[in-house]
Design a protein around this ligand. Structure first.
Ligand code: SF4
Length: 239
């Protein structure tokens, strides 16, 4: 390309840009569009307290009809480690706190005896905030309706590591259909659709592992969970 051709192309480019800007102004746009993704969560500006209050009166899915209490989440709001399970069971529904039944006692034992942390030093929540009747599996529409609460919880707590307990939590957080047996044991990049991470923060990494309720039925799987926990502790020490 000689100098004249280059000049012609350059003038043409400027003319196209001017034409585009004039068109946009005529259409009423006064600012260039930002390329940042829109956050369409209704909870984008909520803090944990406002989010809890909102969830406690939530009637967005049919589970509100059968719940006793909304089970929002407990623990350190600035925890480095977050545990996310599937949904409340009968004990949790009665008490309004996640992981307080037999499976919850095992989780507490894992945290306190295995990780040498206090339960109050981590943050514990579920994908669903209300109990599915008879502990049936969460339905996709319930997960989709309730997940904005969990997404905002993760944004606010800003953990470094999330342990996803069982298939449902792991599949929701990783946006995959792969089962827990194949997912567990390795760190995965967080792939929660719509999760916002501040520019100065790194997104949490996800360690999927077996749900404590599964461990009650299959105690031999505790060995694998222990391996997963050791990886998490090593990661937290370095982070
Ligand atoms: S499960 Fe979630 S979306 Fe459904 S009523 Fe409870 S808080 Fe609302």
């Amino acid at each position: 390309m000689d100098r004249d051709d280059f000049r012609k192309d350059y003038i043409q480019l400027i003319a196209s840009v001017r034409e585009y800007v004039e068109e946009q102004l005529q259409l009423g746009f006064t600012e260039l569009e930002q390329n940042e993704p829109e956050h369409d969560s209704p909870y984008a500006d909520f803090d944990l307290s406002a989010l809890t209050t909102d969830a406690e009166s939530c009637v967005k899915c049919a589970l509100h009809e059968t719940r006793t209490k909304v089970v929002f989440g407990v623990g350190d709001p600035n925890a480095d480690l977050m545990f996310i399970g599937e949904a409340p069971g009968a004990d949790e529904d009665r008490q309004g706190e996640p992981f307080v039944g037999r499976a919850g006692q095992l989780l507490t034992q894992i945290i306190e005896a295995g990780m040498k942390l206090k339960r109050s030093e981590v943050y514990i929540a579920n994908v669903l905030k209300c109990r599915p009747p008879g502990n049936r599996n969460p339905q996709p529409v319930e997960v989709e309706t309730c997940s904005p609460y969990l997404i905002r919880q993760i944004e606010l707590v800003q953990p470094k590591v999330i342990m996803a307990l069982g298939s449902f939590a792991a599949q929701m957080l990783l946006d995959t259909k792969t089962g827990i047996t194949r997912l567990r044991g390795e760190f995965h990049a967080c792939n929660v659709p719509g999760l916002r991470v501040p520019p100065h923060r790194t997104p949490p990494v996800i360690m999927p592992t077996y749900h404590p309720a599964y461990l009650l039925r299959n105690p031999s799987a505790k060995r694998e969970v222990w391996e997963d926990i050791q990886k998490v502790m090593a990661h937290l020490e370095q982070a």
